[in-house]
Design a protein around this ligand. Structure first.
Ligand code: AMP
Length: 284
């Protein structure tokens, strides 16, 4: 496994390994890797000749009062996990490599970036799309792998790839969870033991919405009220948003007459957790 930290090192590693007609799978991350990331890596390794993992805590996707400085950085154990998963190249760039001084071009996807996390984290998706497009340009992957846990991020990147006609296939992978349903996240490490015990309520509230949807409830207000009541039963949670929107356009409607998604962001103490569940009618 090669660790590249500059463009030149990455180009050289890719030139040596890629060869004619080899497929390259790419998994962009911010490190602090866990089983959720491992699942993306294993899928990429299974589906491609070469797998590139990027580890970069991207400053432009963090807001002023967010956790950029304290975001966990665990390169030694990340490297071990990557090696076990069969990664060929780790790209671990510095800020100067990703954002050369004087760079002023950003990528902004309108529409699906606006609701949910976009409403509460202004500039977040602009940071994500800007860095992901740069990484795509540097790595030139055949396929790139993203987790459905960050459902809105998947949809925003899908639009960017479509609109800019980027030559990459996108693969969205299911959310990997703890046994009690909590979605794995690098941020779970911030939770106190008491809050860690509470945290599965987030997924349970989404399950409750999905259950009502499966039984025929289509009123968005009713579905949201069910989820909200479930989370609010524990006053430790501060809900930032809990919304049921259409999928994949993320539009607000009164009543779902097609696929939807229930998405939540909630704080436990200082820790912000997100999760989502797709609402799809069974195929007839
Ligand atoms: P991150 O570095 O955690 O922001 O995310 C890097 C990639 O891993 C993104 O595509 C995430 O959606 C994905 N990811 C993070 N957590 C999980 C999870 N629990 N299950 C599946 N994918 C995940």
């Amino acid at each position: 496994m090669i660790v590249a930290s500059t463009r030149a090192e990455l180009d050289q590693a890719l030139a040596e390994i890629r060869g004619f007609g080899k497929t390259v799978g790419f998994v962009p991350t911010m490190g602090a890797l866990h089983r959720g990331h491992a699942a993306l890596l294993e899928r990429s390794v299974a589906e491609n000749d070469v797998t590139v993992l990027s580890i970069y805590v991207n400053p432009t996707q963090f807001g002023k009062n967010e956790d950029l400085a304290k975001y966990p950085r665990t390169f030694a154990s990340d490297r071990e996990l990557a090696s076990k998963a069969g990664v060929d190249i780790i790209f671990h760039p510095t800020d100067a490599t990703m954002y050369p001084p004087g760079d002023t071009t950003f990528i902004d996807v309108a529409g699906v970036s606006a609701p949910l996390c976009g409403r509460f984290r202004p500039g977040h998706f602009r940071g994500v799309t800007t860095v992901v497009e740069r990484l795509f340009r540097y790595v030139r992957p055949t396929r790139a792998y993203f987790g459905q846990k960050d459902m809105q991020q998947c949809l925003v990147i899908e639009r960017m790839v479509r609109d800019l006609e980027l030559p990459v296939g996108l693969v969205f992978c299911p959310t990997i969870r703890e046994a009690d349903g909590l979605a794995l996240s690098s941020r779970n490490a911030y939770l106190s033991p008491e809050d860690r015990e509470r945290a599965p309520l987030i997924q349970q509230s989404l399950q409750e919405i999905a259950h009502a949807f499966a039984k025929g409830e289509r009123s968005v207000a009713e579905l949201e009220a069910l989820g909200r009541a479930r989370v609010s039963a524990d006053s430790a949670f501060k809900i930032q948003y809990l919304e049921v929107l259409t999928y994949p356009d993320l539009e607000r409607v009164e009543s779902l007459n097609g696929p939807g998604v229930a998405a939540i962001a909630a704080f436990l103490g200082e820790t912000r957790l997100i999760d989502n569940i797709l609402l799809e009618s069974p195929q007839k």
